[in-house]
Ligand binder design. Structure first.
Ligand code: ATP
Length: 387
């Protein structure tokens, strides 16, 4: 979809910002460009929408050499999101979002309807926020408007330069999750610049790790973390890359433990028999539609001769995650709820539980999947030390 062929950019003062760059981004792929300040990431990105012209080499969009495309027409096919957002202060959120459709000559109502749809998609209710002005929004909300605006004309390609850089870490993580959800729906071809390796790893289908003006490694997050191509990359991804791997490894059904399961309306005696039969200290409690309700400890179930049903003794369980969430989310959910295990669901269906030991095994699985992965001792030390 986007192809760089031996692209070099030398500025007038002799600075070589990008040196003989060749890489390709597939349709629907999200590639993050990561590296220290001044290594050429922004220059790379701005050459795609011709805000900067290469000194030599060629860039293709959908097979077409962009040097031959009128820059204004080219930019209509490319959404652009920058850190400073650049919303028009005197225009409402809805008008800001409808900017590109208006430039494209869409009818006003069509443009506004599309803008409202996009605001909804990025989590801003248009009936609440549509008529506000940018200075009446939080930083995170402004970033969302920036993303909605870039998507409004439905461009196949999205360029994002530090899109979540201006907000605090908690908001950033939320925006990242929302953006991943959005991207799974809209499947744009995305180039995203960041200097944060954690963000690069979390968002990218593949990552381009930049050294000065050059890509040192272009690969999947797991490979960049597990098998850094050069000492420079190893240094850049950091000594705690075992820990970073938590954020790129999803929980899979095979990682889960299957504790005894009882139902709310089961007689207590039946639950007690299940628990003692399996020698378990607790059981998961489901409702009559097999949705997670909570859990019951063995000592509550085993009161001799206790009457009643599981319902009378069950405790609610708030620590749960959908299957496919990252091990990092699992770890953080465990800490947040001070829970020794968390339930994992597929929509409403209970799949099993993840315990710290299983989490560790899942991390191992991810490491073993990469030839030349990280030494096990290193990972063990880090997961324990950072807990
Ligand atoms: N207009 C310009 N004239 C001369 N040099 C420039 C110009 N723009 C950028 N540079 C230089 O080119 C190099 C790459 O800059 P670029 O903005 O692409 O880096 P970056 O990786 O995006 O950095 P950052 O993370 O700080 O934004 C830097 O050394 C920068 O100083």
């Amino acid at each position: 979809m986007i192809r760089f062929e031996n692209v070099t950019k030398r500025y007038a003062d002799g600075t070589t910002a990008v040196d003989d760059l060749s890489f390709e981004v597939a349709e629907g792929e999200l590639v993050t460009l990561v590296g220290p300040s001044g290594c050429g990431k922004t220059t790379t990105m701005k050459m795609v929408n011709r805000l900067i012209e290469p000194t030599s080499g060629r860039i293709f969009l959908d097979g077409e050499d962009i040097a031959a495309v009128d820059p204004v027409k080219l930019r209509r096919r490319i959404g652009y999101v920058i850190q400073q957002v650049g919303l028009f202060p005197h225009k409402t959120v809805l008008e800001n979002t409808a900017t590109v459709p208006a430039l494209l000559g869409w009818q006003r109502k069509k443009g506004r309807d599309r803008a409202a749809e996009l605001l909804d998609l990025v989590g801003l209710d248009p009936s609440v926020y549509g008529d506000r002005y940018p200075d009446q929004l939080s930083g995170g909300q402004r970033q969302r408007v920036g993303v909605a605006r870039a998507l409004a004309a439905d461009p196949p390609v999205l360029l994002m330069d530090e899109p979540f850089g201006a907000v605090d870490p908690v908001v950033r993580e939320r925006l990242q999750s929302e953006f991943l959800r959005l991207q799974s729906q809209v499947r744009k071809t995305v180039l995203l610049v960041t200097h944060d390796i954690e963000e690069a790893v979390r968002l990218g289908d593949r990552i381009a790790v930049y050294g000065a003006g050059r890509i040192e490694q272009f690969d999947t997050p797991a490979s960049v973390l597990g098998a850094p191509a050069t000492p420079y990359v190893a240094d850049f991804v950091g000594a705690d890359r075992g820990l970073k791997r938590l954020s790129v490894t999803p929980i899979e059904p095979g990682d889960l433990e299957q504790p005894p399961v009882v139902h709310l309306d089961d007689p207590l005696a039946k639950a007690a028999a299940r628990l003692s039969g399996e020698g378990a200290r607790w059981a998961v409690v489901l409702d009559d539609e097999d949705r997670l309700h909570g859990w019951i400890p063995a000592d509550a179930a085993e009161k001799p001769g206790a009457p009643g049903t599981v319902r009378d003794h069950a405790r609610r369980m708030e620590a749960w995650l959908p299957v496919g969430s990252s091990l990092k989310q699992a770890f953080s959910t465990m800490l947040q709820h001070d829970a020794g295990w968390i339930a994992v669901l597929d929509d409403d269906r209970f799949l099993g539980v993840l315990t710290p030991a299983r989490l560790h095994e899942a991390l191992r699985r991810s490491i073993d999947a990469d030839a030349g992965g990280i030494a096990r001792a290193e990972v063990e030390l880090q997961t324990v030390a950072d807990a």
